[in-house]
Design a protein around this ligand. Structure first.
Ligand code: FAD
Ligand code: ZN
Length: 476
């Protein structure tokens, strides 16, 4: 926030310390470090203090003090976001407000199929609390052991179960939010039907902390799947993967709970770098899909359904080979081939990342054209197009040419982004399917959203945060 960067007055810091008590703040440089650097280490921020309130009331009073003094606040959950949204700028003019001490599950209601949690609950703990009540909280992503539900809701996180259960936004019935002036909006309603005017909670979901601070939420629970069937199939092309998905939906409907794509080179990275991984199929194939069917009743016959469906697809030439997991351990091993892909890219050097979505039928064209354009721009670079293909969401990651200079490759980040994003836009897609805008894509989005749409977003921002203290310089 270079224009008006002012240090936070010490009187303001003192008042905040009084509100949260000695357990509730950190200002030691070493202890603050993990809160000031993002996961990918693209952003290194500064702040005079990290505040860790223990209750909604404390959040409310801290924000009240900040509003009075026009002190900017950066809300933070698990700091696993990939767009620099949760870390402050580097001028020291903002405080970080971490929800990490607000980890209480307030209520599980197995009859209403809801769970009420504080924003700082780790996602895996929400899943575990649901499981304890014999229910499923379906949001699931690679960072689930450290991301926090308030962060998930504020980024409208996606993950691997969107196909069946929707994004984070679809899993919320009610919210409690501390507004930019410090007032608390108690919208913690546990209702599936409520047509009483504007759906205000939607404003805060996916807002990346720019409109208010989510302090608690009522989330939907689902029956726990009793039967889970997972297959890993080798295919000739991404077009076959899209065709296969369409057939899977026709054959198994909502029982299709996972449909993930990965290319041969991605599997090779995993086999090379992730200890214990092995190729489930005898011969190599250009593309792979992981298919998961699951259902609530044991004896759903999903195994037979999956087998028949794969056999018919093989007869029609849509797939070359497939392996079905015979046990839970095998199913987990197949999932890991997909989940470990991002990590397996690291030893292969730098990679330029994208998180695009396009309408499903355009995926093959997107992948082919993006690969052609980027490898022409950087000869020897290696496109890894993988992701939640059932959602039209492709993580198009370009790995550097083997042995190339890391810095020189990364210097091409913007040029490559531009090509890939322009292509996604041309095909009717989005430049951020699930990770958000944060700082990373704040400028870039101006190229793709209309002036009308940006103006509507700014109008909302001004209405809810007139002093501009909520996570300034992010999103809008
Ligand atoms: P943070 O990073 O702390 O914050 C994210 C944003 O939300 C920031 O703008 C922050 O200011 C704001 N915020 C945080 N808490 C609040 C609050 N209580 N109120 C208001 N604003 C708040 N994302 C996906 O969508 N799908 C994936 O499959 C996926 N896989 C991942 C795998 C790995 C290994 C990693 C590292 C990340 C992955 N992500 C994925 C990205 C990331 O995990 C998600 O964006 C996650 O939802 C962020 O949660 P967090 O608690 O870490 O949020
Ligand atoms: Zn993803």
């Amino acid at each position: 926030m270079s224009e008006a960067a002012k240090p936070v007055p010490s009187a303001v810091l003192e008042r905040i310390r009084e509100i949260v008590g000695p357990e509730g703040w950190i200002s030691d440089a070493g202890a603050m470090h993990p809160y000031l650097v993002d996961r990918r280490e693209l952003y290194h921020g500064r702040a005079p203090m990290v505040v860790r309130p223990a209750s909604t009331d404390e959040v409310s009073r801290v924000v009240g003090v900040c509003a009075e003094s026009a002190t900017a606040i950066v809300p933070q959950g698990g700091n696993t976001g990939l767009c620099g949204g949760a870390v402050p700028h580097d001028d020291g003019s903002e405080i970080v407000l971490s929800l990490s001490r607000m980890e209480r599950v307030r209520e599980v209601d197995a009859v209403n199929d809801t769970i009420t949690v504080e924003a700082g609950c780790i996602l895996a703990d929400v899943q575990a609390a649901a499981a304890e009540a014999d229910r499923l909280f379906p949001l699931s992503l690679g960072a689930e052991g450290s991301c926090r539900i308030g962060g998930n809701l504020s980024t409208n996180a996606g993950g691997t179960a969107v196909l069946r259960y929707g994004t984070a936004r679809d899993l919320v019935l009610g919210l409690e939010v501390v507004l930019a002036d410090g007032r608390v909006w108690d919208g913690l309603r546990a209702l599936r039907k409520d047509n009483t005017g504007y759906d205000l909670k939607q404003l805060f979901l996916g807002a990346e902390g720019t409109l208010g601070i989510i302090t608690a939420a009522v989330l939907k629970l689902f029956p726990r799947p009793r039967e889970v069937q997972v297959a890993f199939a080798g295919l000739a092309s991404a077009a076959d993967a899209v065709a296969l998905f369409s057939r899977a939906r026709a054959a198994a409907g909502d029982a299709v709970t996972g449909f993930e794509l990965l290319p041969r080179i991605g599997l090779e990275f995993v086999l090379a770098h992730i200890p214990g991984s092995r190729d489930p199929l005898a011969a190599p194939h250009p593309w792979y899909v992981l298919v998961e069917l699951s259902g609530p009743g044991a004896g759903d016959g999903l195994g037979a359904l999956l087998e028949e469906f794969l056999a018919a697809a093989a007869d029609d030439g849509l797939l070359q080979d497939a392996a079905i997991a015979a046990s839970e351990a095998q199913a987990r091993a197949l999932w890991r081939l997909r989940e470990d892909l991002a990590e397996a890219q690291v030893p292969e050097g730098a990679s330029i990342k994208h998180d695009i979505s396009v309408p499903l039928p355009r995926i093959p064209e997107f992948i082919a054209r993006a690969a052609k354009a980027t490898t022409r721009a950087i000869p020897g670079s290696r496109p890894i197009a993988f992701g939640h293909i059932g959602d039209g969401n492709v993580h198009f990651n370009l790995s550097q040419p083997p042995g190339a200079d890391r810095g020189a490759f990364l210097a091409e980040w913007s040029r490559i982004n531009r090509m890939v994003h322009d292509l996604a836009a041309e095909l009717g897609g989005s430049i951020s399917a699930e990770h958000g805008l944060g700082q990373l894509k704040r400028e870039e989005i101006l190229r793709y959203k209309s002036a009308v749409e940006m103006e509507l977003m700014r109008t909302l921002k001004r209405a809810l945060d007139p002093k501009g203290i909520m996570n300034p310089g992010k999103v809008v």
